[in-house]
Ligand binder design. Structure first.
Ligand code: PRP
Length: 207
């Protein structure tokens, strides 16, 4: 699995704001919004483009467009905070949704919502979820996509733990990971350390 760590200063300053426990919910959401822009920007660098003729006010020339705009899939809840900025950067995209909640005791994901196109053959997908911890949630989501014929999945995360990366690698699915950082480990609650806490709670409040 290709792993790209976006160590750009613009990304790392936003990540620092998200990590800081003193950052309030509004500032946390703003930092996630801006960080997502940098992550998706880097992910899109390898997107195939096609040329087509356009007319400027002066002359005819060639323009550029995405050859195959992606499907964006935010993983609810926390991935919702990445959806707007990804769609703003890639307005040609369409969007699907997956709702997952990690069980506090088993740490395995429970699926509660799924709204995806039936056939994803030939369509690139960008999965948006700030946290890759044990990898259970993103594995579940990526399997849903693969079952629909998707062979081109890019996972966009803010933080990834080594356990989660290993779990995704073991799936053998056609995946690429773009993240702002790879953190040290998971604690006994399977929270990423040093991490940033619970990205869903910090955006939207506790459940
Ligand atoms: C968090 C996070 C990921 C998942 C990561 O969501 O947003 O989806 O846990 O953990 P994993 O890699 O061990 O599966 P959570 O289940 O807390 O739901 P929320 O987004 O609604 O807060």
């Amino acid at each position: 699995m290709d792993v790209l760590v976006v160590d750009h200063p613009v990304a790392q300053t936003r990540l620092t704001a998200m990590r800081d426990a003193r950052t309030d919910a509004a500032s946390f959401r703003a930092a996630l919004h801006e960080l997502t822009t940098t992550l998706v920007y880097e992910a899109a660098r390898s997107f195939p483009i096609e040329r087509y003729p356009i007319q400027t006010p002066v002359a005819q020339t060639d323009g550029t467009r995405l050859a195959n705009p992606p499907l964006l899939v935010p993983v609810l809840r926390a991935g919702l905070g990445m959806a707007d900025s990804a769609l703003a950067l890639l307005p040609e995209s369409s969007m699907g949704f997956v709702g997952l909640a990690r069980d506090e005791h088993t740490f395995e994901p429970r699926a509660y919502m799924e709204s995806l196109p039936r056939d994803l053959t030939g369509r690139p997908v960008l999965v948006l979820d700030p946290m890759l911890a044990t990898g259970g949630s993103l594995e579940h989501c990526c399997r849903l996509l693969a079952e629909r014929g998707c062979t081109d999945i890019t996972v966009i995360c803010v933080l990834a733990a080594p356990d989660g990366i290993a779990r995704l690698e073991q799936t053998g699915l056609p995946l690429r990971l773009v993240t702002a950082a790879i953190d040290e480990q998971l604690d006994e609650r399977k929270f990423i350390v040093p991490g940033l806490g619970d990205a869903g709670d910090r955006q939207f409040g506790g459940m």
